[in-house]
Ligand binder design. Structure first.
Ligand code: HEC
Ligand code: HEC
Length: 232
């Protein structure tokens, strides 16, 4: 049994010590925030994107940093997972990526608003969250690893494989692309990727917002997909 004065001392020392620890840890956490969040990269575009995120209630369906609703995929790492072209497509015409099963609102964002939203999601994906969210995240279709001379381009894995399979891996919305270089010549593939709707106005393949470099990468990869040869 502690005497009355020993109990008082125990109380005072204990309270003081834990308060000091609490304050020190709080200061330490706050000290790390600017670095973990890359505060310096909070550009005006990122901030406008955050405002759009709020005013359009994306959190009514999505989670970000674990906050929000569980109806739709977590978007913390979506920039890394899907890349800007896919996100833009999702913000322009979600049904194009998920024919017949769209559950995401089609937003009438301007080009600039899309850029802002993408900047915001890119910023989010670089926040150091000590490993959150844990991999693997929802529904990522991965393309087969490139073992041949031409590696599978990242943009192919992020967008194209959502709809196309190669070697049995990938989505089923469009035809499998095995052997496509034998079915179609290089010129056709280029025109197709530049604008599918110009070739087939009824195409269910949306026009992909590829940069010129991405277009060349993807074409180089497609040219390796010959009939009778295993996928690279
Ligand atoms: C009504 C619910 C709903 C709202 C609101 C919503 N989304 Fe979505 N979103 C979805 C669903 C569901 C998906 C999964 C694909 C599908 O079925 O359309 C999705 C998918 C996405 C994806 C692709 C995720 C991935 O991993 O492939 C992005 C990016 C996205 N949404 C961004 C947004 C942004 C930004 C907003 C706010 C401007 C928003 N969403 C608002 C329902 C919603
Ligand atoms: C939203 C789904 C979707 C995405 C994403 C998509 N495609 Fe397609 N793609 C299709 C569909 C569907 C067709 C079948 C043609 C049609 O509907 O007109 C097609 C056709 C093609 C064809 C012609 C195949 C043939 O045998 O003629 C090629 C090549 C192709 N896609 C390549 C790509 C590449 C490369 C990407 C990524 C940059 C891509 N696709 C992204 C849906 C998609």
């Amino acid at each position: 049994m502690l005497s009355k004065s020993a109990a008082r001392l125990f109380f005072l020392v204990g309270t003081f010590a834990t308060t000091v620890a609490f304050v020190a840890l709080t200061v330490d956490t706050l000290r790390q925030v600017p670095e973990q969040t890359n505060e310096a990269q909070l550009s005006p575009a990122v901030i406008r994107g955050k405002e759009l995120w709020e005013s359009n209630n994306c959190m009514g369906c999505h989670t970000l940093f674990g906050e929000g609703a569980y109806y739709a995929p977590d978007l913390t790492q979506v920039y890394e997972r899907r890349g800007p072209a896919f996100i833009r497509q999702m913000l322009t015409d979600p049904e194009g990526l998920y024919p017949g099963q769209r559950r995401m609102v089609t937003y009438a964002f301007t080009q600039e608003e899309q850029d802002d939203m993408i900047a915001f999601l890119e910023w989010c994906s670089h926040v150091d969250l000590n490993g959150f969210p844990p991999p693997p995240t929802v529904g990522v279709a991965t393309a087969p690893a490139g073992a041949g001379a031409v590696a599978v381009p990242q943009v192919y894995q992020q967008i194209c494989s959502a709809c196309h399979a190669v070697g049995g891996v990938g989505g089923q919305v469009g035809p499998a692309l095995d052997g496509v270089a034998s079915r179609r010549d290089a010129d056709y593939l280029r025109r197709w990727l530049e604008d599918p709707l110009a070739i087939n106005p009824k195409s269910r393949m949306p026009k992909m917002p590829l940069t010129p470099e991405q277009l060349e990468e993807v074409l180089a990869y497609l040219s390796t997909l010959k009939a009778g040869e295993p996928a690279p």
